[in-house]
Design a protein around this ligand. Structure first.
Ligand SMILES: C[S@@+](CC[C@H](N)C(=O)[O-])C[C@H]1O[C@@H](n2cnc3c(N)ncnc32)[C@H](O)[C@@H]1O
Length: 213
């Protein structure tokens, strides 16, 4: 079996990876964490760099990496098991189904590192900062929750700033060059696989942070 196929199969039996119907995932999440700690999500997590790094830094919070592709989640999930990071888990699902998994507002923070920019007009609805996703996030987030977007894509950056304005959300931070800004410290220095690739290609990293209130 090819590597990707093997990962896709193996990831589904890892004890820190949940998939299937939303109600099954919801139950598995509760059983796995067994606490009332707030949740932090990483959407389109790929290898789950944010989930892993933050879970190690903040043992009193629950971290979940979310990606629709199990083969991508495999790397982070295996690493979390190897390092015995028990406050991190992963969910294979589309982000627009999260409100079916988290029925209460229990999410304290959402990280969206380098989502697919979906540049074509017909695919705008797939952008993880499109209004239909914001409506989902609003349902699962605590009132003071922060949503962080990192991207190399100027069009997506401008789109996010406009959606935040149109939706009358609270813009906390926005910079077209994160590394040259005052925001470049702490969690914002965590680098993902795509971030490293974009830096290698000479691109600047953009950052937007907003709240619903
Ligand atoms: C460009 S990759 C970035 C991966 C990682 N965040 C990084 O920075 O290295 C975007 C990821 O988002 C995932 N993705 C795209 N749309 C999604 C959706 N609606 N729900 C969940 N994951 C999604 C893709 O499968 C892919 O792994």
């Amino acid at each position: 079996m090819r590597r990707k196929g093997r990962k896709q199969k193996e990831v589904r039996i890892l004890p820190n990876v949940f998939h299937g119907k939303p109600e099954i995932i919801s139950e598995s999440v509760q059983k796995y964490f067994k606490n009332k700690n707030p949740f932090v999500l990483e959407l389109g997590c790929g290898n789950g760099e944010y989930t892993l790094a933050l879970a190690q830094k903040y043992p009193d919070k629950n971290f979940i990496g979310v990606d629709l592709k199990g083969s991508r989640i495999w790397t982070g999930a295996k690493k979390a098991l190897e390092l015995s990071v028990t406050n991190a888990a992963f969910i294979i699902t589309k982000a627009d189904r999260l409100h079916l998994i988290f029925n209460n507002p229990i999410v304290e923070e959402i990280w969206i590192p380098f989502p697919n920019p979906f540049p074509l007009r017909r695919s705008i609805k797939q952008r993880l900062v499109h209004k239909r996703f914001l409506d989902v996030y609003r349902n699962i987030c605590l009132p003071e929750a922060k949503i962080h977007l990192k991207t190399d894509d100027e069009n997506l950056y401008n789109y996010a700033v406009k959606v935040i304005e149109d939706e009358k959300l609270n813009l906390v931070a926005a910079t077209e060059d994160l590394y040259k800004s005052d925001f470049y410290k702490d969690e914002l220095t965590i680098q993902t696989k795509y971030e490293l690739q974009h830096l290698n290609d000479g691109k600047t990293i953009k950052y937007v942070c907003f709240k619903f209130q």
